[in-house]
Ligand binder design. Structure first.
Ligand code: SAH
Length: 364
């Protein structure tokens, strides 16, 4: 007989399926269709981690599901706690690969001292093939896409380790969500389903390095989750050095696509912008960024560069340095003069390599 873990690894996932897909599963098993809604509710409304706990189902059906399906899509391997309250989860997948998710409490607190928001940063791929020169995940290359079940299970498992409900989700962990569009959107449809009360669409953000067909698709499909774009430079010349994907989809096309997105959806867009010392932090950059920001309703999320020395960068990557705190503040002031709405991304989890762009598995 196979050891328990290997037996389970070969089975299809129960998580990540829509009600319609679950109905098909039950019909194929020769069962009644209405069981689909019961299982869906057990997984996402009551969040029962194991089929044995799904007492709305008869015992023989629970046994059948246990035999035929995997209820968990990701398994917690380790949990690291940062001094600032951030938690980094290392999850094992059925094929032995691992991914990370990060739970970040907001700095703002309610009257009772509890953080106002708890944001879960979710991975969408194992590794990434975009090769951004400043990002640790790029050093892993791409192993594969995550399934919808693996995406949604990061939320369910992380919630078990948070006393308060997770309030926001950002697809800003490992991977490029637009390159795994269907699975990300399927997981999102369950996350955002009013019935599951997991997280509201307006508190769900997808961040892309600029995979333009994905942005067009979101606009055409009328997706109401938020869109963030990793801009990081105000000229094509600099952007292409930082992000090789800019060769395929240059900056002027990025801006035109965002215009299209706004025209179709009337939704604002967030630009993410890492401030690098001497590279994209000049007065001209602030002015150009101002012009880009005023094209449509936007926010600019400035991110301090989190050094990725632990990946032993070489060449251009090794030369990248964060702007000093004074320069960072100077850049904020210049942008505010340009009437830009500026927010600063906190560097939560820096002490446990859980901050933006630091997700890479030293073990792999
Ligand atoms: N692939 C998507 C989402 C993952 S990254 C994207 O590119 O948008 C989430 C954010 O962290 C992106 O804005 C990314 O550019 C940024 N980031 C990556 N490496 C970083 C680093 N070393 N320091 C700060 N931010 C980083």
């Amino acid at each position: 007989m196979l050891p328990a873990r290997d037996r389970v690894a070969g089975l299809p996932e129960l998580k990540g399926l829509t009600v319609a897909q679950l109905e098909q599963v039950f019909l194929d098993l020769g069962q009644k269709k209405y069981r689909a809604q019961q299982v869906y509710d057990a997984l996402y409304v009551h969040r029962i981690p194991d089929v044995h706990g799904m007492t709305t189902l008869p015992a023989d059906l629970r046994a059948l599901l246990h035999e035929r399906f995997r209820t968990s899509s990701v398994e917690l391997e380790s949990l690291q706690h940062s001094e600032d309250g951030t938690k980094k989860f290392l999850f094992a997948l059925h094929d032995g690969r691992v991914i990370e998710s990060v739970l970040i409490p907001s700095e703002m607190v309610e009257a009772d001292g509890k953080p106002r928001r708890r944001t879960l940063c979710i991975s969408t791929q194992v590794g990434c093939n975009l090769g951004c020169t400043f990002c640790a995940t790029a050093t892993m290359k791409l192993a594969r896409n995550l399934s919808a079940g693996e995406i949604i299970d990061q939320f369910l498992q992380a919630q078990l380790h948070s006393e308060q409900p997770i309030t926001n989700v950002v697809f800003m962990g490992m991977g490029e969500p637009m390159n795994n569009y269907d699975n990300v959107m399927q997981a999102t449809s369950i996350l955002n389903d009013q019935r599951t009360l997991m997280v509201a669409p307006r508190r769900t953000t997808l961040s892309t390095a600029g995979v333009l067909p994905g942005i067009v698709r979101m606009a055409d499909e009328g997706r109401i989750i938020k869109l963030a774009l990793s801009l990081h430079a105000t000229t094509q010349e600099t952007r292409v050095k930082l992000m090789p994907i800019a060769k395929k989809w240059p900056l002027d096309q990025v801006l035109e696509t965002l215009d299209y997105y706004y025209k179709k959806t009337r939704k604002s867009v967030t630009y993410e912008y890492i401030v690098f010392k001497g590279l994209n932090d000049t007065l001209d950059d602030a002015r150009r960024l101002g012009r880009m920001a005023r094209r449509l309703p936007t926010k600019v999320n400035l991110i301090p560069f989190h050094e990725i020395d632990f990946t032993h960068p070489t060449g251009f990557s090794a030369e990248l340095k964060p702007a000093s705190p004074e320069r960072f503040q100077w850049f904020i002031d210049r942008l505010r003069e340009e009437d830009v709405r500026v927010l600063v991304r906190s560097s939560s989890g820096l002490d446990i390599d859980a901050a933006c762009g630091q997700l890479a598995l030293s073990a792999s």
